[in-house]
Design a protein around this ligand. Structure first.
Ligand code: FES
Ligand code: FE2
Length: 418
């Protein structure tokens, strides 16, 4: 396979060498994992902010967190503070969470029924559309109107915002391709799932002492299921998962997901789901920070947010289908489905933090990927490396790097035949 010719700029000095880049760009069986510095060094995260997080579509929230006019949510994009606000016109907008005067953070906690943003420092106020309204005493006591600039020139800086279903994304650079393009292939693949039937039920956060990439890499493969998650593996077996590498996402899928076996019992399914999807579970991952879990009866959104190079905040949002989201009869099954992932994630945090400790060892280098189980992990690392090097990191399709026939699907078909 030809190795893309990319010359590295000085920003990558000491973080990733041309040798490292060539090594990750080899086929999965021959490739070498990314160097430790990319997981531990502040300069690496700074470069990721500029070349990955700010240029892509970053999932910052879900609409269920800001359902009503005046609902406001502070968030961060790889450390850059932002606000997501639903205006009186019900439109969602995003702004840099920073006052135009002295740069004070405007909003520190979620708010409801807010009419204006009021800066806690010197009292400047802004409408929920970002317009600068008041600059109290700016020219002296009771002299409020600024003389040297027009308030209409000092709106909050707005950030490009788009939604996919209930998920809210921002693009800080303002020049990413439309969000819909990133989801076009998945929209076709998931055309039988009526996302309008989903209702948000719960959200929760986890703090992880590890680099953000390790949290994603762990989600990308099922190789660890028998060892890290013996309970989950008993019902969602490693050998029944398949890897999937597409232009816009990487992930896992299984055709043998059984809610009852997984411990949460029957829940209402997506309406009119075809027979071949009744046992399907899919777990696609989108750059830079979004992982999804789709089942016949529930959906989750899992995001990561770097808090420095060695800490990550994870967020789960759970959705259930129709009355399955609210009916008391289904409360126990809902709680168990959520608990399954909370317990699984605690097990994952143990290995993710353990891998991060390993990234401080000079003894960890030139590591290899399983050519069967880790085509996704490889594709993700490759995408990161090539984006940092100034390329696109778009995966080259090869037989190894595309979806394998899911063993679960074969088993399901065999069962259907009797
Ligand atoms: S920093 Fe906001 S009003 Fe001064
Ligand atoms: Fe896991």
């Amino acid at each position: 396979m030809a190795i893309p010719r990319i010359s590295l700029d000085g920003a990558l000095s000491g973080i990733m060498s041309a040798h490292d880049l060539a090594a990750i760009n080899r086929p999965t069986a021959e490739a070498r994992c990314l160097p430790n510095a990319l997981y531990t060094r502040p300069e690496a995260l700074e470069l990721e902010r500029q070349r990955i997080f700010f240029t892509g579509w970053h999932c910052v929230a879900v609409g269920a967190q800001v359902p009503e006019p005046g609902d406001v949510l502070p968030a961060t994009v790889a450390g850059a503070p932002v606000i997501v606000a639903r205006g009186r016109d019900r439109k969602l907008r995003a702004f840099h969470n920073v006052c135009r005067h002295r740069g004070m953070q405007l909003v520190a906690a979620p708010k409801n029924r807010l009419r204006v943003f009021v800066c806690p420092y010197h009292g400047w106020s802004y409408g929920l559309d970002g317009q600068l309204r008041e600059t109290p005493h700016f020219e002296g006591h009771n002299l409020h109107e600024p003389c040297a600039f027009k308030k209409s020139d000092m709106w909050l800086r707005e950030i490009r915002l788009e939604c996919w279903n209930d998920l809210v994304f921002v693009n800080l650079s303002g020049d990413a391709p439309p969000l819909g393009r990133q989801f076009a292939a998945l929209d076709v693949r998931w055309k039988n799932y009526d996302f309008g039937a989903l209702r948000h039920v719960a959200s929760m956060n986890f703090e992880v002492k590890a680099n953000w990439k390790l949290a994603i890499e762990n989600f990308l493969e099922s190789y660890h299921l028998p060892f890290t998650h013996p309970r989950l593996n008993a019902n969602s077996r490693m050998e029944l998962h398949a890897c999937k590498v597409e232009r816009d996402y990487f992930g896992q899928l299984s055709d043998d997901y059984r809610g009852a076996d997984a411990g949460h019992g029957a829940l209402p399914r997506f309406p009119r789901l075809p027979e071949n999807l009744l046992l399907r579970a899919e777990y696609p991952t989108f750059m830079p920070n979004l992982m999804l879990g789709l089942h016949p009866d529930y959906f989750f959104v899992f995001t990561v947010e770097p808090d420095g190079p060695e800490r990550t905040r994870e967020t789960f949002h759970f959705y259930f289908v129709g009355e399955g989201a609210t009916a008391p009869d289904h409360a126990e099954a809902r709680d168990k489905a959520i608990a399954l992932w909370v317990d699984t994630n605690r097990e994952d945090i143990f290995v993710v933090e353990g891998m991060h400790k390993g990234r401080h060892s000079p003894g960890y280098r030139d590591a290899r990927f399983s050519p069967h189980h880790e085509t996704t992990t490889h594709a993700f690392q490759r995408r990161v490396a090539n984006l940092l090097a100034g390329g696109t990191g778009t995966p080259v399709k090869s037989p190894r790097a595309t979806e394998r026939a899911s063993p679960g699907a074969a088993r399901t078909r065999a069962r259907a035949k009797g």
